[in-house]
Ligand binder design. Structure first.
Ligand code: COA
Length: 364
């Protein structure tokens, strides 16, 4: 019997795996994928090659083209559709169990699934827009990048600004170490389940508002601030009432979140109509948070400018978690493969704190 260690709620600070994929550098405010700073990737390589870097450690490799596939029964609720359809693909494609297939086969399954998952989100978003007819395959195939294909499959057209917004957002959020959904993917993979089961369970974990949904709150907040016309006053009143300012603070980073820096630049370049008010609110919030929490740096996080970039592409706020899932297929796939190659079945312990032994009659 292995010795148990102290209980740490939420496993914060507990090292559960060793990884070669990425880990946020909390003090330096840098995020590197396989050692490469994401600043160097954005604008140089499209998302699908960043997928190749993360999964294969090779920028010449890429997520494959999606193959023709007809989702079974979409509802228009993208995270639920994505989770259900991804699990269904395991059966449809008769995927092998991770502990019975080769690494090369697992890599192939993950590639097929990843590109199909983007298609499922696009089709679900199209249905949410009230359109049931799919866009013809030859139109989708005209897209030269994954982001362009995604928009074509959703709307039948792809505005270049929207393509750039989505590509940048996907690259910035493709991987971020052992967060809740990635951990979930690894736990499922560690049981030897197939790749579709591992990816669909990750989607379930991501669908919760504490993980994937914060950009949805930023846009209405900026509208409030604009309506009031006084960001400093808005910040003071919000903090005095005990509320948090969405898009600030981070569990890991103590310096500026590097993804926020890139997304801010992108929002400006793409002419986001909310960039001015966002920058005014950011200045006011950073100053006041610093004054109130001198002991703890509370900087702008990824969600703040993500909201503006997604807005440029006219992504409705409720679709934000599914957009996040599209980007994370790269990180999840890389972790599922790493788990298969180097990992061990997860079986943590729980400390029992329930009633001590008692007779059934005592419940009567
Ligand atoms: N606005 C105002 N105060 C904040 C704050 C924010 N965005 N983030 C943290 N704080 C304050 C807390 O009120 C707390 O103050 P207290 O000690 O006086 O109670 C202190 O900073 C520490 O907060 P804590 O929740 O322990 O920090 P954390 O590092 O665990 O939390 C977040 C990280 C992201 C959950 C937190 O910063 C937050 O809620 N941010 C807003 C939501 C958000 O942007 N989410 C997206 C994350 S990518």
């Amino acid at each position: 019997m292995t010795e148990t260690t102290d209980f740490t709620p939420g496993l914060e600070g507990v090292v559960a795996v060793e990884t070669e994929i990425a880990e946020p550098d909390r003090e330096g405010g840098v995020l590197r994928y396989r050692g490469v700073d994401i600043e160097e990737l954005v604008g140089r390589y499209p998302y699908e090659h960043v997928w190749g870097l993360l999964v294969d450690d090779d920028l010449d490799s890429a997520m494959p083209q999606p193959e023709p596939y007809e989702p079974a029964r979409l509802t228009g609720n993208a995270p639920a559709d994505l989770q259900a359809e991804t699990a269904r693909l395991g059966g449809q494609w008769q995927l092998g169990k991770l502990n019975e297939i080769s690494d090369a086969q697992a890599r192939e399954d993950l590639g097929r699934l990843s590109s199909q998952m983007m298609g499922i989100v696009a089709r679900s978003a199209r249905l949410a827009d009230g359109v049931t007819e799919p866009v013809p395959d030859d139109v989708v195939r005209r897209g030269s990048t994954a982001a362009e294909k995604f928009l074509l499959q959703w709307r039948g057209e792809a505005d270049p600004r929207a393509v750039k917004a989505i590509d940048t957002y996907w690259i910035c959020t493709a991987e971020h170490g052992l967060n809740a959904s990635t951990f979930t993917a690894r736990v499922t993979a560690s049981t030897g389940a197939d790749c579709a089961a591992a990816l669909s369970s990750a989607v379930g974990a991501l669908s919760g508002p504490l993980h994937g949904g914060a950009p949805a709150y930023v846009k209405p907040m900026l509208e409030d601030v604009a309506a009031m016309g006084d960001p400093e006053k808005w910040v003071v009143e919000t903090l005095d009432s005990g509320k948090r300012i969405m898009g600030f603070g981070h569990r890991v980073y103590r310096a500026e979140d590097p993804r926020s820096r890139i997304l801010k630049r992108t929002a400006r370049e793409l002419g986001s109509p909310q960039i001015e008010i966002a920058e005014q609110l950011e200045d006011a919030a950073l100053a006041e948070l610093e004054r109130r929490h001198p002991e703890r740096p509370l900087k702008t996080n990824v969600e703040y400018y993500s909201a503006l970039v997604l807005d440029v592409a006219e992504i409705p706020p409720p679709l934000a978690p599914a957009m996040f899932a599209c980007s994370r297929v790269a990180g999840w796939s890389a972790h599922i493969l790493e788990q298969k190659r180097t990992g061990r079945l997860f079986r943590p312990s729980a400390r029992y704190v329930g009633p001590s032994a008692r007779p059934l009659s005592s419940l009567g």
